[in-house]
Ligand binder design. Structure first.
Ligand SMILES: NC(=O)c1ccc[n+]([C@@H]2O[C@H](COP(=O)([O-])OP(=O)(O)OC[C@H]3O[C@@H](n4cnc5c(N)ncnc54)[C@H](OP(=O)(O)O)[C@@H]3O)[C@@H](O)[C@H]2O)c1
Length: 325
C-alpha cells in the first residue's frame, strides 16, 4: 500500500513522502480499515517532528483519526469486513491507504454520518466532551471560557458548551476568528492579541470571572488565563498550541477554591474504551439532530496532504481540514 510516511523526523514538508509501505496485518483484535477520509489535527505537525508524546517506530505515518471500511479483521476483532468505522491511531497511522485499529480504538459509524463529518469529529468533540462533562462537570448557567476558540477542539468546546447550557466566552487571535466563534454560538468573543484577556473576562462577568476555562493554548497567554479563573473554578489543561507549558502558583487555587484538571482523551481508549464508544454514539446523535456541526475549513484530496499540513501550520485556518481518498 501507499502512505504519507517519513523516515526521519523533521518539518513535514521536508520529510513526508507518498511512498510504498507494508500493509498492516489483521491479527488478534486488529482490524484493517480502507481509508475513506482523514482529518488533520495539531499533533500531526508534532508527530512528524518527533515532538509528540507518543512515538511510533520509523518509518512512521502521521494522521491520528480517520474513517473507512473494514477490509479484514483479526479473530478477536469486534468488527467484520464491510463495517464502516471511525478510529483513532495514537501517534499516527491514518494518512495511508489502509490503517489499523483495535477493539478499543474504533467504533461503528451510522449511515447518516458523512465521511467528512465522521473524519472530523472524533478527536475534537471527543476531547471537548470528556473535558467539559467528565472532567470539569460544566453546569447549566456557568460561564465557560474557551481559548483558541476557532481551532478544532475550541469550536467543538463552544458548541458543546452552549448545548450544556453555559454562557460561552471565546478567546481568539484575529478578527476573522472572532466572527467564526460568534457564528458557532459563542455569547462573547475576545481578541487576545489586541485586548487584555483577564480584564475583558472580568468585565464580561461583572467580576465573577470564568467557572470553567478550556485551555488548548498554554504558553505566555497563561499569565492572563490564570487570572480569569473564578471562585470554585475549574481549568482544564487540553494542550499547548502556543508551544510552551506554563505553570501556576498553587496559592491561587487555594484562595479561589479552584482546580486544575488534566485531560488526555487518548488515554480513555486504553482505560475506559466503553466510555469513548458511548460518547461517540452520543455525538453522532447530536450531529443527526443538528446540535453539533463540525466546521470544515477545507476539504482536500489525499494527494493534497502537504497543502493541508501547510494550512494547519499557518494559524490562519479555523475548524478542521479533511482529506478524502
Ligand atoms: N488533551 C487532549 O486529549 C487533546 C486532544 C486534541 C488536541 N489536543 C491539543 O489541543 C491543542 C489544539 O489542537 P487543535 O487540533 O484544536 O489545533 P488547531 O485547530 O490548530 O487550533 C489551535 C489554536 O491554538 C491557537 N494558538 C495559539 N498559539 C498558537 C501557535 N503558536 N501556533 C498555532 N496555534 C496557536 C490558535 O488560535 P489563535 O490564532 O486564535 O490564537 C489555533 O486556532 C493542541 O495542543 C493539541 O495537541 C489535546
Amino acid at each position: 500500500m501507499k502512505a504519507w510516511q517519513f523516515e526521519s523526523y523533521g518539518p513535514y514538508h521536508e520529510v513526508l513522502k507518498w511512498s510504498e509501505r507494508e500493509m498492516p496485518i489483521a491479527k488478534t483484535d486488529t482490524a484493517i480499515v480502507k481509508t475513506s477520509a482523514v482529518s488533520l489535527n495539531f499533533p500531526d505537525l508534532l508527530v512528524c517532528q518527533g515532538l509528540y508524546q507518543v512515538k511510533t517506530p520509523l518509518p512512521a505515518v502521521p494522521g491520528v483519526e480517520g474513517i473507512g471500511i473494514v477490509e479484514s479483521a483479526g479473530p478477536s476483532s469486534k468488527f467484520q469486513a464491510g463495517d464502516r468505522v471511525a478510529g483513532f491511531c495514537h501517534g499516527g497511522g491514518t494518512l495511508a491507504e489502509y490503517f489499523a485499529v483495535t477493539n478499543n480504538s474504533a467504533w461503528l459509524v451510522p449511515d447518516f454520518v458523512s465521511d467528512e463529518a465522521g473524519a472530523a469529529l472524533s478527536v475534537t468533540y471527543g476531547t471537548s466532551y470528556f473535558g467539559l462533562a467528565h472532567r470539569a462537570h460544566l453546569q447549566v448557567g456557568e460561564t465557560l471560557l474557551v481559548l483558541g476558540g476557532a481551532g478544532g477542539v475550541g469550536l467543538a468546546a463552544i458548541q458543546l458548551g452552549k448545548l450544556m447550557g453555559a454562557t460561552v466566552i471565546a478567546a481568539v487571535g484575529s478578527q476573522k476568528k472572532m466572527e467564526v466563534c460568534l457564528n458557532q454560538g459563542a455569547d462573547h468573543v475576545i481578541n487576545y492579541k489586541s485586548q487584555n484577556l483577564a480584564d475583558e473576562v472580568t468585565r464580561l462577568t461583572s467580576g465573577r470571572r470564568a467557572d470553567v476555562i478550556y485551555d488548548p493554548v498554554g504558553g505566555d497567554l497563561f499569565e492572563q488565563t490564570k487570572r480569569c479563573l473564578g471562585w470554585d473554578g475549574r481549568l482544564i489543561v487540553i494542550g499547548f498550541a502556543a508551544g510552551t507549558i506554563p505553570s501556576i502558583e498553587t496559592n491561587r487555587l487555594l484562595l479561589k477554591n479552584a482546580a486544575i484538571l488534566g485531560l488526555a482523551w487518548g488515554q480513555y481508549m486504553e482505560r475506559a474504551p466503553e466510555k469513548v464508544e458511548r460518547c461517540q454514539k452520543y455525538l453522532y446523535q447530536l450531529l443527526k439532530i443538528g446540535s453539533i456541526n463540525p466546521v470544515v475549513f477545507q476539504h482536500l484530496c489525499f494527494e493534497d496532504t502537504l497543502e493541508g499540513m501547510k494550512i494547519l501550520e499557518s494559524r490562519d485556518m479555523y475548524g478542521k481540514i479533511v482529506l478524502s481518498r
